[in-house]
Every structure is written in structure tokens, then in C-alpha cells.
Design a protein around this ligand. Sequence first.
Ligand SMILES: Cc1ncc(COP(=O)(O)O)c(C=O)c1O
Length: 468
Amino acid sequence: MSIPYRIYLDEEQIPKKYYNIRADMPEQHDPLLNPTTDQPATLEDLKPVFCDELAKQELDTTTRYFDIPKPVQEFYKMFRPSPLIRAYNLEKALGTPAKIYYKFEGNNTSGSHKLNSAAAQVHYAKEQGLTSLTTETGAGQWGTALSMACAFYNLDLTVYMVRGSAEQKPYRKSVIETFGADIIPSPSNTTAVGRSILKEHPDTGGSLGCAISEAVETAVNTPNCRYVLGSVLNQVLLHQSIIGLESKAAMDSIDEYPDVVIGCAGGGSNLGGLIAPYMQDKLKERSDVRIVAVEPVSCPSLTRGRYVYDFCDTGKITPLARMYTLGSQFMPSADHAGGLRYHGMSPILSKLYHDGYMEAVSVQQTKVFEAAVLFAKHETILPAPESAHAIRTAIDEAMECKKTGEEKTILFGLTGTGYFDMQAYSSYLAGKMTDYIPSDSDLEAGFNQLPNVESIKSSSSTSVHSMT
Ligand SMILES: Cc1ncc(COP(=O)(O)O)c(C=O)c1O
């Protein structure tokens, strides 16, 4: 069978249901905890922060498939199905016997997979009659995606953007504003938590954890407003399952099945989505596909973090999740892959990794950019630095095949494009990019501040307006 470069599904083949991986997990991850009570967070606990439907999805461990609402299906038609691409030219350049495929999610103005969840989340907010939303953004793709969806559904949006990324990418601000949202570099003096972080670290470049705290604080203090998140949460992995479902349908259509599936992992949403149907096969013992998460050495939550309960944000106002974490107070270095600078990891992926269903590797950013440039030259797509982490590992796997002569089938997620990351590309090309590997004592500083779940009950000072 001759396999085309680009394998497109028909519009009619866009999935009509999301797949909830938790319905097939032999063991569930530990529940989110309400930090004021130390008890599993209930629907009522989550509703003041999240839209009702999303809060329900967050806690649902049994519904295997969720219908994608008709308006969201229509929205998807503006940018889906996304192509599955055979990297013939990269294979040739590497001289590998491996077959490399990638699912390209960058073909929309947000430049990434983030629009898949934004479209769904804003739909549910609109259905509930909310008038505004808040969020955080790291690399800027999520903020852009959400501003696009809010413009479409006519909802107000405030985006807290990690200050370091905002400075590196001024045009992200312009794009987000073009779609009508407000954007505030974080930490900022618009929130109590931002002011207190700035008091302690006046020169900080911020982090996703800080920006989340600010967005949650603003949401709970604004009438008819909720907070939405672009990663980590179960609901987001659920929406992103569309990536994996489409990939599997496209691979099935050419009689292919991957030996290894590779994705970059920030909070885990693209990886959780890409692997969803393959993980289902693995959990049901229908396949022994390898699944590999790739993270930066500078923010190594899976490879060097601890599997414990932690806050999802720096300001300690969110529920606690049991996940691989570097500690909510860990301040990652100013690595260029802003979207991978999160201290924790999706509780679902953390559990699957902990139980041995997944592998994880960490890679240095200079090696990541080397892979990005090679990929761009041969495949003509300029990848986002986040996505290039997956490219790095896919190339490493393919080069291993060159050594062993194995004709493995490799699938990786090309989550987005890097047009706003030219400062990082310039720094790499000028030979100025360095690699930062945190020492054990750097990490220890983050671990030392992990919450003691028992003590949270008695310390009402950390408690949460978000949970009331
Ligand atoms: C292009 C791109 N890929 C990957 C990620 C990582 O996020 P996640 O792990 O949720 O997929 C981001 C996050 O901002 C991103 O912008």
C-alpha cells in the first residue's frame, strides 16, 4: 500500500465523542482534595471555580465516552480534522529504517492543540450563562486559543500571562488583544496573590503556578465569572482525546499501528490526548505500544519529581492534586519552552506513569533546538519549542532504529508552530542558548515546601476563597 505524505480524514470522520481514559484505568488516581477540609473535592466544592459541566467532567471516572456538543463539532470544522503526516523527508535525512508519523495540531491561529479544549470549555461556559472567564497562559498558545473561542462565543476574557513569556513574545499580546481579551503579565498588582509574590520576588519572570493563582483569585471575586485551565485537569485531557482518536482513525486507514507514541509533556494535555486510544489498547492488553513523555531537563516533574499531594498553583489557593511535582514553589529557569514550565503533571498521567504504563525522558534545550532546526529544514514546518521536545525524542528513537536495523513505527505529536518563538531560535542560532539542569539542592528547595496534607486542615491561613 502506498502511504501518502498527508493522511486527512473527511470532515464527517471528526470524532463525535471524547474518550475518558479513566473509565478503563484499573486504578484511579487519588482524588483532588479540598485544602480547607483535606477531604476529596466534591462537585459543590468545584462549582465556584469551574463551569458546572466541566466540574462534572473533572470528577467523572466511569463515563467512557462523552458526546461532543453539536456547536463544538461545528467549531472543530474550522480547523479539524488535522493531518497525520508521514515524515518521509526527515526519515531520509536521518537514514533510518523507522517510519515516522506526526499528528500536526498547529494549523490554526492559536498555533497549537489548545483550541481543542478552548472550544469545548467556552461552549460550556456560554451554555451556563456565564459572562466572563479568566485564565493563565505560559507560552501564549492557550491564551490565544481561549481568546479565539471567547470572541466566537462572545464572552469576556482576562488572561494572566507568565511575565517572562510576555516579555519574550510581545506579539502574543497583540494577537490576544485582537481577539478582544485583556492580557496582564503575571505576577501583577491586580491580585492579592500577585502583590504578595511580587513583594517576595520583585524581579521574578513568573511561572504558570503564579499565573493560575491570579486567574483563580480574579474569577472567584468577579460575578458570573469562572476560571478555565488549558492543561493538567482531567477535563482537558478528555477534550484533547480528539487528537488521539483522529490519529488512530487515520493510522487504521493505512493499516499502521505505532510501536511507540511520543509527546511533550507540560501539564500533560496533548500527551494525554494523543495517547488516549493507544493507552486504552494497552490497558486492555490489546497492544504493548510504548508511550513516552518528554520534558525539559530544566523542569523535570516526571523524571525527578515526587509523587505526592501538592497545590496546582504557587499561591496555594487551588485544590490539591496527587501528581508528580517539583513543588508548587519551584521557580523554573527561564527555559524557552514556556509551555513546559509547570511544576506538576496531570494526575491521570502521573498515575499511569507511576503504575508503569508510560515512560518519561528529559531533554536539554540546545538538543531540542538542534532537532527543531533539522525538522524545519526537512519537513518545512517551524515547530514550537514545546513540540520540538517530542521531535528530539522521535529522532533519537529513529536513530536507535538505524543502529539496530529495526523498522519501528513511531508516532509523535507536533503540537504547534513556533512563529512567536523567534527570540529563542535566534538565541540558538547565535550559539547563545545554554542548558540549565537544576541541582539536587535546587529541587530540594521545592520539595521542602510541599504541603503536609494533614496540617492543611488546621491552617486556615492558606485556605481558599476559591473553595468556598
Ligand atoms: C505548542 C505547545 N505544546 C505543548 C504544550 C504543553 O502543554 P500540555 O502538556 O498541556 O500539552 C504547550 C503549552 O503551552 C504548547 O503551547
